[in-house]
Design a protein around this ligand. Structure first.
Ligand code: SF4
Ligand code: SF4
Length: 423
């Protein structure tokens, strides 16, 4: 933790108070509060470090309003990574103060256990639509339930069965093997979108890529880190490092922008060592891998199932700024027969999802998301493609609220010719 604190203070020290982050921070654009933009956060954090400011509940609330979109870090002329500094400060504070009971429950007993996670997905699925949605219309109850405050009429994602980790593995490719990958599915693809995994892996398999799905994988740990639970995340990182490093595959692919950027960007910084650094070097997003290997697009016959479609793309923050992947998804979409690709304005602006952020700060997340809804509507697209479970959940909710029938899919669904499927 001391080393982490050291890194965090270096980030805060780099800030030259120029204010360039104000123009890109989606949270600041809504709240216009200097304490909630990178420059203000850094000033507060420096004061805490110098023992000039006490850690109060108010400070914790301020830290919790950073969505982690990395827009400030990408814009900062001094190279300061405010999102990382903010995260490190949250980890440090929650280590000294402890986690609220429900965060501890989620973190230690749900995200870390595939069976329980799967069971809780089922509970969420049933309770969500039969209990929560009706309850959410009652003002008092709506504010009493942890994590779903103010969520009136919110769309709850459905759990899909069986989860990815229980699905049939792919046999080895027969002849003409072009490569081998390991697939890291992560908890959201495992529980909510297992068909993404199947479709992406089936596409790779058809293209001559051997796919391996090692057992013993856990959640990447990002939800825990964003809650402030470093210890829980470390346990998951250990499980993942052990599951993913015992294979000879050249590349480990992900379909979730947050998983990818956590394994690639956060593991080496939070859990330094040869294992995490070697792992980070092997992580690639599925779309990036498609471009890297020069894999084919579907044939016109395969694509007929989904033509004609007007498609736009939303950049997940953790993919574009976290992993530097911007070109590959656009290339895929532009190469798909029967698809007219349209670039929306501000495609890389945060949608307001931010994983657990939309649960803890739903009103703010909706305000941030409204900009995205407007840009999607202007594009006239039938489909908005993205590459992150959290963005998909958020975009579906936003579009549903706006009464737009634009559908949201992962790029891999279009690549595998299943963009018209209603999931
Ligand atoms: S852009 Fe960077 S240097 Fe400028 S105020 Fe923001 S964090 Fe500080
Ligand atoms: S990471 Fe995003 S939300 Fe957080 S301070 Fe930077 S720009 Fe604002």
């Amino acid at each position: 933790m001391n080393e982490l604190l050291e890194k965090f203070s270096q980030e805060a020290e780099k800030c030259i108070l120029c204010g360039a982050c104000q123009s890109v921070c989606p949270v600041y654009a809504e709240v216009l509060d200097e304490s909630k933009v990178a420059r203000g956060r850094m000033a507060l954090l420096k004061a805490v470090l110098a023992d000039n400011l006490e850690v109060t509940n108010r400070l914790e609330r301020i830290l919790s309003t950073c969505i982690g979109c990395k827009a400030c870090s990408a814009q900062c002329p001094a190279g300061s990574q405010a999102d990382f500094a903010n995260l490190a400060a949250k980890l440090r504070i929650s280590r000294s103060k402890g986690l609220p009971y429900y965060q501890k429950l989620l973190s230690r007993h749900v995200f870390s256990r595939p069976k329980l996670r799967s069971a809780s997905g089922r509970i969420l699925d049933i309770l969500g639509r039969r209990v929560y949605e009706p309850l959410s219309h009652h003002r008092t109850l709506q504010f009493a339930l942890p994590y779903i405050r103010g969520g009136k009429g919110r769309m709850i994602p459905r759990r899909t069965i069986p989860p990815f980790h229980k699905r049939t593995p792919f046999p080895p490719v027969k002849g003409g093997v072009k490569g081998k990958v390991v697939f890291f599915y992560g908890c959201a693809v495992d529980t909510l979108y297992p068909h993404w995994g199947e479709e992406a892996l089936a596409f790779l398999h058809r293209s001559g890529i051997d796919v391996e799905v090692p057992e013993g994988q856990s959640c990447c740990g990002a939800p825990l880190l964003f809650m402030g639970d470093l210890k829980g995340a470390e346990k998951m990182a250990e499980q993942n490092l052990s599951a993913l490093t015992g294979t000879d595959a050249e590349t480990i692919i992900t379909l979730c922008a947050t998983c990818g950027s956590t394994l690639k960007g956060l593991y080496p910084r939070l859990f330094p060592g040869e294992a995490s650094e070697t792992l980070a070097d092997r992580i690639m997003d599925f779309q990036e891998y498609w471009m890297h290997k020069g894999l084919p697009a579907p044939t016109a016959k395969e694509a007929q199932k989904q033509a004609p479609l007007r498609v736009t793309y939303h950049d997940p923050c953790h993919l574009s700024r976290g992993m530097g992947v911007r070109e590959a998804p656009r290339k895929i979409l532009q190469n798909l027969p029967g698809i007219e690709y349209v670039e929306m304005e501000d495609a890389d602006r945060c949608c307001g999802g931010g994983g657990l952020f939309s649960l803890s700060h739903y009103d703010l997340s909706l305000k941030i998301g409204q900009h995205k809804v407007d840009r999607i509507a202007e594009s006239g697209a039938d489909i908005v493609a993205t590459a992150c479970p959290s963005c998909r959940i958020q975009l579906e909710d936003l579009l549903h609220r706006a009464d737009l029938d634009t559908r949201v899919v992962h790029v891999c669904e279009l690549l595998s010719g299943n963009g018209n499927r209603n999931t």
